[in-house]
Design a protein around this ligand. Structure first.
Ligand code: ADP
Ligand code: MG
Length: 347
């Protein structure tokens, strides 16, 4: 049997800072305990053969295949990128095992691509560092899959560590790993609704942001001044998208300071404000998710918000340690389609 190499990557939950990562702003993701492991065997031919615990039938593809909307697309794109980086010269046989639900805003696609690139780097006996791998993984989503995402997911799953949040400046590509405060946890609850980033609504928001970028003559909507944007003569939709970006970026900075001061009441209030902005200004929520977020705070969370690209997926709620069981029982009773996924905390 051919020699095999392994790569792993966790899922991630973004605590605050949504759609800021392609608008010059900050984000605050954290690594989950759920994750993905890939076993890779290099091949001498150009086939990409994949088995996954998530899919019954294996996929047999060719390196020359374009993305066709199949689950194995990210695998083909990642193996192509590994060839471009000189980590492989040919196809690969891949076996995937994942505990990250797909299409839920927890970055299963980035974890998959980063894990494959890390396995390919093992096969090559070295290569690009983790930041360069994250940038390469973003290229796979942007140019191979056609998903116009920013750099948050790939950086988080390539570099975040348990017990910390990654304060990532997506413009400078600099980051700090900041300890999560003791005595609290961030609970991730699935709404029961899934979406695909390839489904168009995410891309529509990107197009609206691009229109605003042209108007303001900047790539960095997050760094614009609120009063300037308020005063400008611009259509309602690009204006509201811009207001979300710049206020969300400011909220990440306040939230980071609150977290470092262990002031989780303020952190929670910022999560609630972030949700309202995603709902009203960026229009990326759904009524069922708004209801879940409202119940989460009604039942005692310090704050709660939709997390990830939007239009389905998960919420994240800030809880005091020890509060989760009773809180969850009430939440799941009222929202039977919802389910607990994971929690991150200092320990
Ligand atoms: P997410 O928010 O989870 O990243 P995406 O729509 O961006 O959602 O990515 C989901 C895609 O990632 C799936 O359609 C599939 O192509 C790939 N994927 C994720 N997990 C697995 C898995 N366990 N096995 C195979 N492919 C997977
Ligand atoms: Mg994804």
């Amino acid at each position: 049997m051919a020699e095999t190499f392994t790569g792993t990557a966790p899922g991630r939950v973004n605590l605050i800072g949504e759609h800021t990562d392609y608008n010059g702003g900050m984000v605050l993701p954290a690594a989950l305990s759920i994750g993905l492991e890939v076993t890779l065997a290099p091949r001498t031919d150009s086939a990409v053969a994949v088995t996954s615990n998530g899919y019954d039938a294996p996929a047999i593809r060719e390196l020359s295949d374009d993305a066709v909307g199949e689950w194995s697309d990210p695998c083909v794109g990642a193996i192509r990128e590994a060839n471009a980086l000189d980590l492989l010269s040919g196809g690969a046989t891949l076996d995937l095992h994942s505990t990250i639900p797909e299409g839920s805003g927890l970055s299963s696609s980035a974890a998959l691509i980063v894990a494959i690139l890390k396995a390919a780097r093992e096969a090559a006996g070295g290569g690009p560092d983790d930041v360069e791998l994250a940038i390469a993984a973003r290229r796979v989503e942007n140019y191979y899959m056609g998903v116009p995402c920013g750099i948050m997911d790939q950086m988080a799953v390539a570099l975040a560590t348990p017990g910390t949040a990654m304060a990532l400046d997506t413009k400078a590509l600099s980051y700090d790993l900041v300890a999560l405060p003791a005595g609290f946890e961030m609970a991730v609850v699935h709404s029961g609704l899934t979406r695909k980033l390839t489904d168009g609504r995410y891309a529509a928001r990107k197009v609206e942001c691009d229109a605003a970028k042209r108007h303001f003559g900047t790539e960095d909507l997050c760094l614009l001044d609120e009063a300037t944007v308020e005063a400008v003569d611009l259509d309602d939709i690009p204006k509201r998208r811009t207001m979300h970006c710049l206020t969300e970026h400011a909220r990440v900075k306040y939230a980071l300071a609150a977290m470092q001061a262990c002031d989780m009441d303020s952190f929670g209030a910022l999560m609630n404000e972030s949700h309202a902005s995603m709902r009203d200004l960026f229009e990326m929520s759904l009524p069922e998710i708004d209801a879940l977020v409202e119940s989460a705070t009604e039942f005692g969370a310090l704050g709660a918000r939709l997390t990830g690209g939007g239009f389905g997926g998960c919420i994240v709620a800030c809880l005091k340690s020890g509060q989760r069981e009773a809180w969850l029982a009430k939440l799941l009773e009222r929202h039977p389609d919802a389910r607990f996924i994971d929690a991150v905390s200092a320990d």
